[in-house]
Design a protein around this ligand. Sequence first.
Ligand code: FES
Length: 128
Amino acid sequence: MYSEKVMDHFANPRNVGEIPDANAIGEVGNAKCGDIMKIYMDIEDNIIKDVKFKTFGCGAAIATSSMATEMVKGKSVDEALELTNRAVMEALDGLPTEKIHCSVLAEEAIHSAIEDYKKRGGKVNENK
Ligand code: FES
């Protein structure tokens, strides 16, 4: 049912955790399954220096968070905004149809963090 890459990113997720002084935080949820994804970024001069995630969700949500964070690390915010759930799924060698919404959550979480960065003007604030 799941590709080896999905199983690898689920069993050994990359970039799990929080960034205490993150200047971009995005949180999204899916009302149907109740899963929540939170992304923390440290962005300097529009480059994503570090990114971490916490996902309270299914295995596919954890795998897509892990892959999505790997794909945006070191990229500019504009490049990260171009990340699509389809690209994340392709990087994971596919997901079952009923798990596509999990990858959408990853795309939305990345976008939400970058929107937060833009709103804050790059500053760290207390709104963690
Ligand atoms: Fe909802 Fe995977 S089942 S994010």
